[in-house]
Write a protein that binds this ligand. Sequence first.
Ligand SMILES: Cc1cc2nc3c(=O)[nH]c(=O)nc-3n(C[C@H](O)[C@H](O)[C@H](O)COP(=O)(O)O)c2cc1C
Length: 334
Amino acid sequence: MSDFPSALGLSPEQTEELVRCAGAAPSLHNRQPWRFRLLPHAIELHGDMQRRLPVADPDDRELRLGCGAALLNLRLAVEHAGLRPVITLLPSLAGPSVLAEVRAPSRGTAAAADMELFMAIPARRSNRRPFRDVPVPAGHRRALVQAVREEQAWLHVVERSERGRLEGLVHRAHRAQMADPRFRSELARWTGRGEGAEEGVPASAAGPQREPQDQWVLRDFSGGQAQPRTPGKEFEHDPLMVVLCSYEDSRAADLQAGQALQRMLLSATSLGLAASLVSQVVEVEETQHELRELLGGGLRPQTVVRVGYGSPTPPTPRRDPAEMLIGSAEPANP
Ligand SMILES: Cc1cc2nc3c(=O)[nH]c(=O)nc-3n(C[C@H](O)[C@H](O)[C@H](O)COP(=O)(O)O)c2cc1C
């Protein structure tokens, strides 16, 4: 018998599975900046302030994006367990560190489409390898746009005429970050990790060595151990590039965008598509403003995603679900 606590009227094993699914979400440098408080009637999702990345993400916006992605996984897992999740973002009565609360007051049958996304949770991963030079069909593009819209966010599909400017902004942001020794040391701490690490990006997930002409895959996660490039396996010339945006600039909008990001990534996975994130341009304030102008000024760009057909890439590690819990007597953020 498991000694994992239970929540929402589920067994300890089912509850552990919910937390495992939530923890499979993507996060900046795989820091997994979330914690869960399990209560009989609810699961609280907390941002883990011990897992901040203060140089790349000084305002914790990307921390909230990762937590939003974990929240979508949790919602899908609750549905899979036969319950109907009810979500409150930033519930004020629960204390300042709570980002969301999930209750499940009634049973319900999950929609088939959501169960497809649930099945895609373990298969989804960030793919930094070259993609094939095969265009993403228009129907798939529309499905990704729709997935983001379902979560009250917006997906801008980058047009050919906008490519050059976006590429210039991404490269400028990358150079600015890599010129900052604090940024380089934060990145080095969480990348190029070996076997046995429970967090951070392992060298095996870094993809092949970068070269100056590589258009979009710039951040080097290999810690100096990048795999040599296979001759003839160049990066694709024309990937689908999309900018995920929120309608507002607020903590709630970040959580909404995180859920939209994850719904889009899981939809891509279930359509057989690979994806990787290109965040520099939204992390550097100046280029983020210029990108916002490029998109017309109204939307808040949250992240940029490259989508295409890729070869398999290994999974990244996760902490054990028990390590992601807040004990009943423990403060959420000491
Ligand atoms: C907000 C956010 C920003 C990210 N930015 C980047 C990025 O700029 N470059 C990149 O290659 N991966 C980026 N990632 C992907 C993470 O590195 C990845 O999710 C993490 O290493 C876990 O691996 P997985 O996605 O394969 O599960 C980002 C993820 C999130 C949630």
